[in-house]
Design a binder for this molecule. Structure first.
Ligand code: ADP
Ligand code: MG
Length: 323
């Protein structure tokens, strides 16, 4: 088994809301509410859940774009909050992110070559000639020839822009990449091309990914293990594509039942209602108002994530017998 590359322990992000009135108590958005997981070297860990459950906030904390309220992130065994300035700089090279909308991360006034060279300049890598070589080789690896260096973002299709977004994440030769809804805005045929490219790059370069998507089909296709988020918490972690280790949590099962062809399950527990507000989440298990298998205990006691088999953790009172 590969060694652990990244560990997240009790990671939390609460966004304070502006106070409504003088007498009102201060409220927070519980975007991410104490999550813990580990990602091994060379692994693709998928993060799935409905919109607003805290996936992007998690990804942004892992790449240090957002500072956590509580909890700790460990990279190669070291707590990130305790890193020296120089180790932090190295970490910023090692951990990269690919966003849903590459256009927003590409400067419309600059050529693709300029955009890809900039991180190399910031990190003082090579001279002009060497940098051009790195940029053209990186473009080649994402399926674009060197002529793209002289093009502008508006000249590219959605798929080509996302290839440039991937090249921008690769150019510093990172160890770990957060991929946040990177194929969600693309047509289905282009989606699969980009997914296959990501998979191929991961294998060739021994990369490790946190792959974020609201689309369970996409996550199931690319991931080795999957973490399911609901209202800022991880409710289940399981291995992808292992039929007898399929998901147990009623939320995960409901997500799967909305997806044809994946785990062919008999029950059709289609999700009822909307995701509750992360400002005042329901008490007990936050999923209980929408759960088809709700029990009394679910309304009062918060279930904990516990191991139910090898590589399988679930936080649900149904699976907490004997405790
Ligand atoms: N900068 C912010 N300020 C206040 N609330 C935020 C901020 N960013 C995200 N949120 C809230 O945090 C929750 C989780 O958001 P997000 O991580 O973007 O979810 P997802 O990526 O799963 O859709 C949502 O309720 C969102 O509105
Ligand atoms: Mg998001």
């Amino acid at each position: 088994m590969n060694r652990e590359l990244l560990k997240v322990s009790g990671l939390t992000k609460h966004y304070p809301l502006p106070r409504q009135g003088l007498m009102e108590k201060k409220q927070v958005v519980r975007a991410v509410d104490g999550i813990s997981f580990r990602i091994r070297e060379g692994e693709i860990f998928g993060l799935v859940g409905e919109s607003g459950c805290g996936k992007s906030t998690t990804g942004q904390m892992l790449v240090q774009l957002v500072k956590q309220t509580e909890g700790e992130l460990y990279f190669q065994g070291e707590p990130v909050s305790g890193l020296s300035e120089s180790r932090m700089k190295a970490l910023r090279r090692d951990i990269q992110i690919v966003f849903q909308d590459p256009y927003s991360s590409l400067n419309p006034k600059k050529t693709i070559g300029w955009t890809l060279e900039e991180p190399l300049i910031i990190h003082r890598i090579g001279d002009k000639l060497q940098r051009r070589k790195i940029v053209s080789e990186t473009l080649e690896q994402v399926g674009l020839d060197a002529s793209y260096m002289d093009r502008y973002p508006h000249e590219l299709s959605g798929g080509q822009k996302q290839r440039v977004g991937i090249a921008a994440a690769l150019v510093l030769e990172p160890k770990f990449i957060v991929i946040d809804e990177a194929v969600s805005a693309l047509d289905v045929s282009v989606q699969s091309q980009i997914l296959n490219l990501l998979k191929e790059l991961q294998e060739k370069r021994g990369l490790t990914y946190l792959f974020i998507s609201h689309d369970l089909n996409v996550v199931e296709y690319i991931s080795d293990r999957i973490g399911v988020m609901y209202l800022g918490k991880i409710v289940e972690i399981f291995e992808a594509g292992v039929a007898d280790k399929g998901p147990l949590h009623p939320y995960t099962r409901a997500l799967f039942s909305a997806v044809p062809d994946v785990h062919k399950r008999k029950e059709h527990a289609v999700l009822q209602g909307d995701v509750p507000n992360p400002i005042e989440p329901p008490g007990g298990c936050a999923f209980h108002p929408r759960c088809p298998a709700v029990m009394d205990i679910c309304r009062s006691e918060v279930p904990q994530l516990r191991k139910v088999g090898s590589g399988h953790e679930v936080s649900c009172h149904i699976y907490a017998e004997g405790e």
